[in-house]
Structure formats: C-alpha cells, structure tokens
Design a protein around this ligand. Structure first.
Ligand code: ZN
Length: 95
C-alpha cells in the first residue's frame, strides 16, 4: 500500500525530492504491518539513517513519526484498542 502519511514522493522533513529512502515507521518488527497499512514515509538519506540525527538514531523524531502514523491509522482503520491489539502497543498514551 502507498503511504497514508504523505501523497507525494518528497522527504517528509525537508520536502526534498532527491536521495530518498523509504522508511517503515514501525520498524523491522512490524515491517509487514507498516507495508500493509501504508505506514511509511520518504526521508532524505541523512534524515533516514545516514547521520546521527536520522530517524533510526533519533528517538524524538522516531516517536513523533510513530504518533503521527498511529493517529492516521486511527482515522482510517480503527480504534485505539484495535491499534493496540494489532501493533502490540499504543504510542499515544505514553508518559
Ligand atoms: Zn527506516
């Protein structure tokens, strides 16, 4: 499935259209679910994993993307309870 987070192939952070990587927001454990529901974004290589601020090394950005993706999922597919059941946890009720 195409991304439900963005419609254009541009870096989610910078808007750039070159040197893009596809990032699965819920990572390797939930890669299939990210694919199934379109929970992925385009990121410029540095914002992906080619720098220390890239999402794979940047917990704050990682969490921000997960929260955004969960909200989009809930808009389109189901309740928070459903999300928690399918993905194993919710990122929106964390302290
Ligand atoms: Zn990635």
């Amino acid at each position: 499935m195409n991304s439900i987070i963005q419609s254009e192939k541009r870096c989610y952070i910078t808007g750039d259209t070159n040197n893009l990587h596809c990032h699965h927001i819920f990572g390797s454990a939930n890669r299939k679910l990210s694919e199934k529901y379109g929970l992925k974004v385009w990121l410029r290589a540095d914002w992906h994993n080619m720098s220390n601020y890239g999402v794979h090394f940047n917990r704050e950005l990682d969490l921000q993307l997960k929260k955004t993706a969960q909200l989009k999922w809930e808009e389109k597919f189901g309740s928070r309870q459903d999300f928690r059941r399918i993905f194993g946890k919710s990122w929106l009720d964390m302290e």
